[in-house]
Structure formats: C-alpha cells, structure tokens
Design a protein around this ligand. Structure first.
Ligand code: EN5
Length: 439
C-alpha cells in the first residue's frame, strides 16, 4: 500500500514498537551519494536562498497557493514572509537543507522541502535530528511521485551532515506515528469565524448565549506579566528546558541563549512571548507563555459547500466573501516554576505509608498547582491574542494543554497532527507527553 514508505526506515503500520532505537546505524560516508538524486526530464534541483527577497517571495508564493488545507479545502495555511524567515533561519541552519525544484524551461519554483537542525530528547536519549517541514508540491505536479524524491534528496543532504534521524509532522496517517494529537480551537471573534465557515453558524438566542459565554476579561490577571525582552533569555531557557524535561517524553533541548533569543524574542506578526516578572523579586521570572501567528486563507465563502440548497443557511448570517483570512494564534511553548518545592507535611507522609504513595501524592499536588497556573497563563494569552486582533486561538491536545482547554472553552477541531520519526523507532507516546511543537 505504501510504495515509498515501505522502502524507508520507519516502523510498519502493523508493528507494535516495544523498544526505542535507530532502525539503521549511521551510514559510512562512502555510502552516501555525493550527487543529487535524478529528477524527471524538465526539472532541476535548486537551493532556495531564504535571505534573498526574490527567492523568498517565490517560496512564499508556492506555499500560499499550494500548501496544507483542511479536509474540506475551505482554508489554506498562509505563512507570512517574516514567519518563514523565522522558521527556516534559526541558529545553525543549513542552506543546503532548503531544497527546491524548478521547471528547467521556465525556472518556476514547483516544489520545496526543508530541514532545520534540532536536538530532540526521546525519553532518556538525546538525538541530533533534522526537523523536516514545508514539503510542498505545486498543485499541477501532484500524483507524479515527486514527494518521495524530495524526501530522499533532503535525507541525503541531512546524511552528508552526519545526521541520521529526523522528526516531522503531518495531518495524514503514514507509517507510523509516534503520537497523534488533535487540534483544539478557542473562538476570539465568533462572528467572523461563522462568516468564514470556520465554525458552525448560529443565530438568535443561541448566538447571543455563545457570544456571552466566550467573553474574556478586559485585563490580564497575572501580576507582572509583560512582553519578553533580551535580558530574559537565559532565564526563559532554564525555565523552558526544566519544564519540558520534567513533564514530557519527547522534547527539544535548547542548548544556547541564541536559540532561545531566536525562537522566543517577540517579532511582530510572528511570535509573541510573555514572561511573569515576579513582583516580590523583580527580574526573577516565574513563568512564560508564547504563541505564534499563522493566518489561513479563506478559500470558499461560508456555506458554499452546501449552496445546492439541500440545507438552508440560517437567515441573519449571510455568507461573506469579504474575509480573506482567518488570523490564528497557535500556542507555542510555556514554562512555569509553580511546582518547585512541593512537599508533604509529616501528617500527609504518615497517611501515605510508603515512598510510592508519597511520590504519587507529590505528583498530584504538583499537577493541581500547574493546572491552576497554566489556566491563568493561557487565559491571559487569550486576552492578549484577542487584543492583538487574532480571530481564533489554536492548540493541540499535547503538553499539559488539556489542563486548561475545557475551562477556557476550547473545542475540538476536525484536524489531527501526527508526529513521526525517521530512522528511529520509538514506543508510542501519549499526546500529553509530547513536548515538541512544530510550526
Ligand atoms: C506540516 N508539518 O485541518 C504539517 N485544520 O482542526 C502540518 N479546522 O482548522 C499539518 N473542515 O475544526 C497540519 N473548526 C494539519 C492540519 C491542517 C489544517 C486543519 C483544522 C484543525 C481546522 C477548523 C475549520 C474546519 C473547516 C471545515 C475547525 C471548528 C472550530 C470550532 C470553534 C469553536 C469550538 C469548537 C471548534
């Protein structure tokens, strides 16, 4: 069934993985082809130099018209130029991993795939990997078996750098996910979401009730919450690495302040990070939360899918073609110290009557604290995102997100995100043990 994936170092769909480890050892340099894989007649490999505006615009255009859509083709990701620079030019990026394909005759960019370097911890092992993203084929080039060529070519280039594992995500089911997460959405601008078909149309008393239930406080609630600045970088690094390591089974390791500065310092229209500057100890950060900005183009006016007349549109909400995009904030990373130094009273220890029970009770107390704190942080993030003009706030049911999604009125979407490793077979990981966010 999987003509391509059955030839690749990934677990079979039918297989139950029982131990973590590479599927093949590092390749000896002489076994890695020095020349690019061959392409069909009329196509050629190119590097897309993200630092050149012209090439960047071509790449941006390819994605704008051909990248990921929802299951009903009502929306398509609309990554901004600035976002793509942020995503593809982190510290240590490799130009050779920004791979394009051009039409030899017209020189038009018709396909793309990228990798960036990342260090991922899977349970107790730290592995240097390529993070593969933005695989995109022009719509006119579909079903010509091009994706396997792009994947093989980026793999070859990653191998040449001495890296033999990769991590990637997809909405689709492939062999074989290490984890499956679901998208959750929190309306910030319910009327616009209904007009674009992003959420179910309501009118009358139902609409009134919904809108009032989605009201948010005008002001954020956490004292000392402010935008992150340069001076916060090293504290955010420690806060984040510790939070990820203590809470999750799959996580990135941020080795340097430069990486944290790149991924977290606020950039307009790209990434927002807020830190909590403790009032009692000014300059000491206790928490942070971040979200990135990714619009989706509206492809069909709301109601177009059922305009044949089978189902009547509720009147009062007219289909609108006036909204070009839905502006979405996506939850990125967060970290909190609220669970520092949870301890049991002598009384509680006695009641436990054993190390094991004590550990469980400490965990339970930590979780209660974290849950309350994350709910406050996420609520403040919703307020800030709404103020900044976002229409919806999205996240996955990964990390500790399920601790606040219900209370904060997120609802499940129709999309899923599957996590995959290349040349690493890992026992499956529960969604709430995934601590790695992809853009
Ligand atoms: C690159 N590494 O499906 C791979 N989005 O739910 C990326 N649905 O926006 C792969 N279909 O549910 C990405 N509204 C895979 C995701 C692709 C995009 C995608 C989904 C995620 C999405 C929306 C719109 C659905 C339109 C019809 C959705 C319901 C919102 C509602 C708001 C109020 C509370 C309940 C949910």
């Amino acid at each position: 069934v999987h003509e391509f994936w059955s030839t690749q170092p990934v677990p079979k769909s039918s297989e139950v993985v029982v131990a973590d480890g590479p599927l093949h050892p590092p390749l000896a340099p002489e076994l890695i082809p020095k020349q690019p894989h061959s392409l069909p007649e009329g196509m050629e490999w190119c590097l897309v130099d993200i630092e050149f505006p012209d090439e960047m615009n071509e790449f941006h255009d390819l994605l704008l018209n051909n990248y990921v859509e929802d299951a009903d083709s009502m929306f398509r990701f609309n990554y901004s130029l600035e976002f793509l620079r942020w995503a593809l030019l982190p510290p240590g990026f490799n130009k050779d991993w920004h791979v394009g394909v051009r039409d030899s005759a017209t020189k038009k960019l018709i396909a793309f795939i990228s990798g960036i370097p990342v260090e991922i911890m899977v349970r107790d092992k730290t592995i240097r990997m390529a993070e593969i993203n933005f695989l995109c084929l022009h719509k006119d080039m579909r079903s010509q078996r091009m994706a396997p060529l792009l994947i093989k070519e980026v793999t070859r280039r990653v191998h040449l750098a001495g890296i033999f594992q990769a991590v990637y995500t997809a909405g689709r089911l492939l062999p074989k996910p290490v984890s499956t997460c679901r998208y959750f959405h929190r309306s910030l601008n319910p009327k616009k979401l209904m007009e674009t078909g992003f959420s179910q149309k309501l009118d009358g008393p139902q609409l009134v009730k919904l809108v009032s239930s989605l009201r948010l406080p005008i002001l954020t609630s956490i004292p000392g919450l402010r935008a992150m600045r340069k001076g916060d970088v090293s504290q955010v690094r420690k806060l984040l690495n510790r939070h990820l390591k203590t809470r999750y089974d799959v996580l990135p390791v941020f080795r340097t302040d430069a990486e944290i500065a790149h991924w977290f310092l606020p950039r307009d229209g790209v990434i927002s990070t807020y830190v909590v500057d403790d009032a009692e100890a000014p300059g000491k950060l206790s928490d942070f939360i971040s979200f990135y900005s990714l619009a989706s183009s509206v492809l069909k006016p709301a109601g177009a899918a059922r305009s044949k007349g089978a189902v009547r549109k509720p009147h009062g909400v007219r289909p609108q073609t006036t909204h070009a995009t839905v502006n979405a904030a996506y939850l990125f990373y967060y970290g909190t110290k609220t669970d520092y130094g949870v301890s049991l009273t002598e009384e509680e220890k006695l009641a436990c009557g054993g190390q094991k029970k004590e550990k469980a009770l400490v965990k339970e107390k930590e979780n209660a604290l974290i849950s309350a704190r994350l709910t406050d942080l996420a609520r403040d993030a919703l307020i800030l995102a709404k103020d900044a003009g976002f229409d919806v706030f999205n996240c996955l049911d990964m990390m500790d997100n399920s601790m606040f999604t219900r209370e904060l009125k997120f609802g499940p979407g129709d999309g899923y995100l599957r996590y995959y490793f290349y040349n690493y077979s890992a026992r499956s990981v529960a969604g709430d043990k995934i601590g790695f966010v992809m853009l």
